[in-house]
Design a protein around this ligand. Sequence first.
Ligand SMILES: CC(C)(COP(=O)(O)OP(=O)(O)OC[C@H]1O[C@@H](n2cnc3c(N)ncnc32)[C@H](O)[C@@H]1OP(=O)(O)O)[C@@H](O)C(=O)NCCC(=O)NCCS
Length: 172
Amino acid sequence: MHPAVHISPLTASAPVVSALAQLIIETVAHGGSVSFMHPLAQEEAVAFWENSLQAAARGERIVLGAYDGEVLAGTVTLQLLCPPNQPHRAEIAKLMTAVHYRGRGIARALMLEAEQLAIAHRRTLLTLDTAEEDGAAGLYEGLGFQRSGVIPDYALKPHGGLTGTIIYWKRL
Ligand SMILES: CC(C)(COP(=O)(O)OP(=O)(O)OC[C@H]1O[C@@H](n2cnc3c(N)ncnc32)[C@H](O)[C@@H]1OP(=O)(O)O)[C@@H](O)C(=O)NCCC(=O)NCCS
């Protein structure tokens, strides 16, 4: 990753919410499976990140941002809020790198930082899922995640058509 890129937890402000909204709209437009269909409306994207950052303010999750100067180049969410019988687990969600910044190690750096934060929160198990088509299976396997299996036809791709989801886990 370029040394100028700086990763830190995000807190709610108009510029941060706006940058996150642009990032998820672009990701969905380019076929990224991150829960939404294309075209993702600006208001829906803003509402999603406002809710997410409110949850972060309650300590239920950490939303990391990778900034190149003033530009948000990528993000990942570490979901800490798990059921009472899973206090040792956390979940990875909404990993995305801006199209212009892909292939420079930003997602990998975000994941490594998320893992360190999970350890700091005494989590010993990470779980995640990724789309079978146009997902990031290779990235997660490169980081040592173990593949549990595939649930077929789990979700619609952003431009339509079903895809399976692959479930992954990693012990910390
Ligand atoms: C997947 C995504 C986050 C990768 O971001 P990135 O910053 O380009 O990834 P990196 O440059 O950190 O890549 C790290 C490693 O993973 C590999 N990799 C990256 N994306 C990959 C993919 N989609 N499939 C397989 N391998 C991938 C890279 O080749 C690299 O391997 P290396 O370390 O051996 O060189 C980005 O393509 C994206 O935002 N996609 C759309 C959203 C999405 O699918 N997110 C995952 C949802 S679960």
